[in-house]
Write a protein that binds this ligand. Structure first.
Ligand SMILES: Nc1ncnc2c1ncn2[C@@H]1O[C@H](COP(=O)(O)OP(=O)(O)OP(=O)(O)O)[C@@H](O)[C@H]1O
Ligand SMILES: [Mg+2]
Length: 260
């Protein structure tokens, strides 16, 4: 199916924890919003970090995307408009139960994709914040996505995590019958550290160099501060390196045709 202009689905995924997925989802959504589009934020992590940064705390699982997965509640009934003007499908701790409840059948892992392809489902580009597991929620994100954006923080264990993601995505290729579009994004980049340069060099060897983003997200304390104030980097510190880097990421993805 063809999307209307301006619409695309980006899943921010890495099985490794703490690599910058939520930071990337939050600030990519903000960059999209700044260009005048209304982004759709989808929180598929039982930790609910993205929902919390938006100041949204669903009281029960029923008020979250959990009810979409358990009883096909329409996404429009779950959606909330955030202070920054994004549309949010919030998470709840009970999402952690879905693996045992739903299994991983084809009908289950394509459920989000089908719903997002309904006419009028996407107000603008969608960004999905995944949890650090390849579970039924992450599979839903992968099946729905036009682009998998894989943050990799600049250390050796994260590099191992990226290789694991690459293997997992390649294992899914026979199902998709094509190479899933993906970009690896180096985060917490610090040019003064030798390890950063080593990890970056290795990334280009073990992954396809053209699938590594040119943009790097530098280590920036403003990026770490902004979630505690429930704002994105552009509102918290518009002149910071974090804001510059996430604006550059938006431009790179736009230029590569992943955001329309
Ligand atoms: N470029 C950066 N500079 C400084 N701190 C950063 C940067 N990116 C992320 N952080 C910080 O690193 C920590 C982990 O980031 P984040 O929560 O985005 O990772 P995650 O991959 O979503 O984690 P999880 O797997 O638990 O969902 C957070 O405290 C965040 O503020
Ligand atoms: Mg996260």
């Amino acid at each position: 199916m063809r999307y209307p202009r301006g619409v695309a689905i980006v899943a921010v995924f890495n099985q490794k924890g703490g690599v910058g997925k939520t930071t990337t989802a939050l600030n990519l959504l903000a960059a999209i919003g700044q260009r005048g589009q209304r982004p759709l934020a989808i929180d598929l992590d039982p930790q609910c970090h993205l929902s919390h940064v938006f100041g949204v705390h669903p009281r029960t699982a029923e008020d979250s995307i959990y009810s979409f997965f358990t009883r096909q509640r329409p996404l429009a009934d779950i959606a909330q408009i955030t202070k920054s003007g994004a549309i949010l499908l919030p998470a709840h701790l009970e999402l952690a139960k879905l693996d045992t409840m739903l299994g991983k059948g084809v009908n289950v892992v394509t459920r989000l994709r089908v719903a997002l392809h309904e006419p009028g489902a996407l107000p603008g580009p969608a960004v999905i914040d995944c949890c650090p597991l390849l579970n039924v929620l992450s599979l839903n994100a992968i099946f729905a996505a036009d682009l998998l954006l894989v943050p990799v923080s600049a250390d050796f264990l994260s590099l191992k995590g990226a290789e694991q993601v690459e293997r997992a995505l390649n294992a899914l290729e026979p199902v998709f019958k094509r190479r899933l579009p993906r970009r690896y994004l180096l985060t917490r980049y610090d040019a003064r550290r030798r390890m950063t340069a080593e990890v970056e060099g290795r990334m280009r060897e073990v992954l396809r160099a053209e699938e590594v983003c040119v943009t790097r997200i530098r280590e920036n304390v403003k990026l770490a501060e902004s979630p505690s104030m429930e704002v994105d980097i552009f509102r918290h510190a518009p002149g910071s390196r974090g804001a510059l880097d996430y604006a550059a990421l938006y431009e790179e993805l736009l230029g590569a045709g992943f955001l329309r």
